[in-house]
Design a protein around this ligand. Structure first.
Ligand code: F0G
Length: 457
């Protein structure tokens, strides 16, 4: 019987435990701050049962493929379709889902030529229900919030997490509390949180200040935190990598490149790659590399100045507001996945981000500025010969173009950078398509058309 789009799935998978990323202590429960009771470091989800049941890689792959034909709500979700690699919920319990995941993998032939690689793909997580990769993690974490009996969920956010959390909370009958930096998030993300009924606080601080406050709040009020410190979020976000490998017929690309902010997503993708190798689904690991904005480069500095041993926090500043984060919570997890996969961390300038965003846009694939750091970073990694001329690359585009329309409009109108250097400006000018304000006459429009043809615009 086909299920209606609003029906929710009933899923069950193997059991899990919480494991500390530092002292490796295993526990069956986690405190409200999701930190290890022994040493205070972050927790991750572990599946000790895998050793006994030894999931069969071939069988899992064919089960997941078969589910693509199913009308069951759990199978229609591009997250719960992979439920064997996710934390279990009880039989009969329902997941909160908006049919997240199932995102396209687009070839980017023009950007490949620009970057100097033969094969370039974009895994577009901006095609999720609320327009960002956050939805894949939120379906899992919101489900566990409800299961734990909470009425309220909360997050600190640069915008996308709050939009996603508010939507999943509303779908699941939960109340949501959003803490965002006042004036430093895009209006479209804020509007989503409002529309989905969140109680929204614009705090006079930055993202890092919002997250600090949330850590205190969860110790004083019965709210369940849905930031990526919450390890259930990262379990859902793992499915990006699983779905990607399935789309590539389980042939790993040479490189996966992802933006880095609070560093949850890179950690989740890396965890998925390591687990897939452990289960025999892939025989080699892609190199997972992380790109940050120069003005929000805590991980770059941590690796360069302390070899990844101590976090170097920064006062973050970038127009890619989604990644305007100076004190990334999951930095240790991401250092681990960089080391385990052989990836690197690089930084890119504001002009490089704007140029890359316009180049991706010119292929008919819109993304938000934070996502465009991936193409800008790829160009640098090719120049450094870290990415070789014959290697395949997947860029993870994390957010939809419509998440930050102000940025795009300011770019095309030439208003984005006030103090551009000449050489930067000329690189950008050829990509700018400012709207023409004209009299409503045939001559005016034909004149504009002819001029565009002449300038090869
Ligand atoms: N790209 C976009 C579009 C984002 O919204 C974020 C993070 C990132 C990249 C970085 O991912 O934090 O996992 O390293 N946005 C968060 C938010 C912090 O609140 O929406 P990360």
């Amino acid at each position: 019987m086909p299920l209606s789009p609003t029906s929710t799935p009933d899923v069950h998978q193997p059991s899990f435990r919480f494991r500390c990323i530092a002292c490796r202590d295993l526990s069956d429960s986690a405190g409200q701050n999701f930190r290890c009771a022994q040493c205070g470091d972050l927790l991750e989800i572990a599946y000790p049962g895998w050793r006994e049941i030894q999931p069969n890689a071939q069988r899992l792959k064919s089960t997941w493929r078969e589910r693509r034909l199913s009308g069951d709500a759990a199978d229609l979700s591009g997250v719960w379709r992979f439920r064997e690699l996710l934390p279990s919920i009880e039989s009969g319990e329902q997941a909160i889902t908006l049919r997240e995941g199932n995102t396209p993998l687009y070839p980017l032939p023009q950007c490949a030529r620009i970057a100097g690689v033969p094969q370039l793909f974009a895994k577009h997580q901006g095609m999720n229900p609320t327009g960002s990769f956050k939805d894949t993690g939120m379906t899992v974490a919101a489900t566990f919030a409800r299961r734990a009996g909470f009425r309220w969920v909360a997050c600190a956010s640069t915008g996308n997490t709050s939009a996603s959390m508010a939507a999943y909370a509303a779908r699941g009958g939960l109340r949501s509390l959003v803490l965002v930096p006042d004036g430093r998030i895009s209006w479209s993300k804020l509007s989503q949180a409002l529309d989905y009924g969140a109680v929204t606080c614009q705090l006079r601080t930055d993202f890092d200040g919002c997250l600090r406050l949330l850590q205190e709040l969860v110790l004083h009020a019965p709210v369940y935190q849905l930031n990526s410190i919450n390890p259930f979020r990262l379990e859902g976000q793992k499915t990006l990598a699983i779905e990607l490998l399935e789309q590539l017929d389980w042939q790993p690309p040479d490189h996966i490149i992802v933006p880095g902010g609070n560093l949850g997503n890179s950690s989740a993708i890396g965890k998925a790659l390591l687990e897939m190798r452990e289960l025999g689904m892939i025989s080699r690991l892609p190199k997972l590399s992380i790109i940050q904005a120069e003005g929000a480069n805590a991980l770059v500095r941590t690796l360069r100045e302390t070899s990844g041993k101590t976090l170097v926090s920064v006062q973050a500043e970038t127009r890619a507001t989604a990644i305007r984060i100076g004190n990334p919570a999951s930095w240790k997890k991401s250092v681990h996945v960089l080391e385990a996969t052989g990836g690197v961390c690089e930084q890119v300038s504001e002009v490089e981000i704007a140029q890359a965003k316009a180049e991706i846009g010119a292929e008919g694939i819109g993304c938000e500025p934070a996502s465009a750091v991936t193409l800008a970073g790829l160009k640098k990694l090719v120049a450094q010969k870290f990415v070789k001329p014959d290697e395949s690359v997947v860029l993870v585009l994390t957010g939809n173009l419509l998440k930050d329309p102000d940025y795009t409009i300011e770019f095309h109108r030439g208003e984005l950078f006030k103090e551009e250097k000449d050489e930067d400006a000329s690189a950008l000018n050829s990509l700018r398509r400012p709207p023409a304000v004209l009299d409503a006459t045939l001559d005016a429009v034909i004149g504009t058309l002819e001029q565009a043809e002449k300038q090869k615009l």
